[in-house]
Design a protein around this ligand. Structure first.
Ligand SMILES: [Zn+2]
Length: 196
């Protein structure tokens, strides 16, 4: 049932983020209980998240398990970026995939149609896996959690899939995928890694 949110009252709203509670006095719909998340709410929420980020940085980490084959490719990739760590590269790959490709319906369907299943499985089938932690900033972590709730996958799964797809594209010998990488991905990765 859709609610038009016509009757409001001011209430203390509580929001859960990774087991931490954010409380804020805001407008709440009397009919359905939805919070009106206006500018004031969002900026208070971001401020609260930034404080948590400084106090409990580990909450904003995602632990992934990546195949040796994949981590070797990551190491090879960062040879061209002096001073860039493997963790910074992984964060960049996830960020570009989520914020640039996955968000764009045309781009993601083009990407998926080009994707080579053999390379994807070569990165996936390896049982010899390495545990890695990826540190995210609050805004990206919020995005990851909301995607994870939407697609019913853990944030770690979303990160692993993003990294695998991006590296499959990067290592591909296929001309179309190479072009896709050069036109749609490389520039964003460069910008992020140079700022890191
Ligand atoms: Zn309502």
């Amino acid at each position: 049932m859709d609610c038009n949110h016509k009757n409001f009252s001011k209430e203390d709203a509580e929001l859960d983020f990774l087991g931490m509670k954010f409380n804020h006095n805001t407008l709440v719909c009397n009919d359905c209980g939805a919070y009106l998340r206006g500018k004031d709410f969002e900026s208070a929420y971001m401020e609260w998240l930034n404080e948590r980020y400084h106090q409990k940085r580990d909450k904003f980490q995602v632990q992934c398990h990546l195949s040796k084959n994949l981590t070797m490719c990551l190491d090879k990739f960062i040879e061209d970026y002096p001073g860039v760590t493997q963790a910074a590269l992984m964060r960049a790959l996830v960020t570009v995939y989520i914020n640039h490709i996955d968000i764009n319906t045309d781009l993601v369907s083009r990407f998926n149609s080009l994707m080579n299943k053999d390379i994807l499985s070569s990165f996936n089938s390896d049982d010899d896996r390495k545990k890695v932690n990826i540190q995210f900033k609050p805004k990206m972590m919020v995005q990851l959690i909301s995607i994870s709730e939407l697609v019913l996958q853990r944030p770690s799964q979303i990160c692993e899939t993003s990294i695998i797809k991006m590296m499959a594209c990067f290592t591909s010998q296929d001309e179309n995928l190479k072009t896709f990488w050069n036109q749609e991905i490389q520039g964003y990765i460069d910008t992020i890694l140079k700022a890191a």
